[in-house]
Design a protein around this ligand. Sequence first.
Ligand SMILES: [Cu+2]
Length: 93
Amino acid sequence: MKKFALRACLLGLMLGTASSAFAYEFSVTQTGMQNGATLYVFNDGKMSMTNEYGHVVSMPVGTLMQSKDGRQIAMDSNETARLVAYLHLDHKR
Ligand SMILES: [Cu+2]
């Protein structure tokens, strides 16, 4: 029992450290797309997508998309792993 409590504490510490270490790297802008998908743009301009169910999806670079407000945006990168990490950290807060 004591051992479990210590492990839980260590895990909390590690997660806390991870979220603060990546806080800057993971600052993102979200844009709603016409098909219900969401475009995430990281602070360095790299992109990734979730579909209408909020699942991270791969989209080839150069794919043209329509935002909800009518803008046409081309995928310029496909940072799926980074978005998975971002969404994972987001749900821990
Ligand atoms: Cu896209």
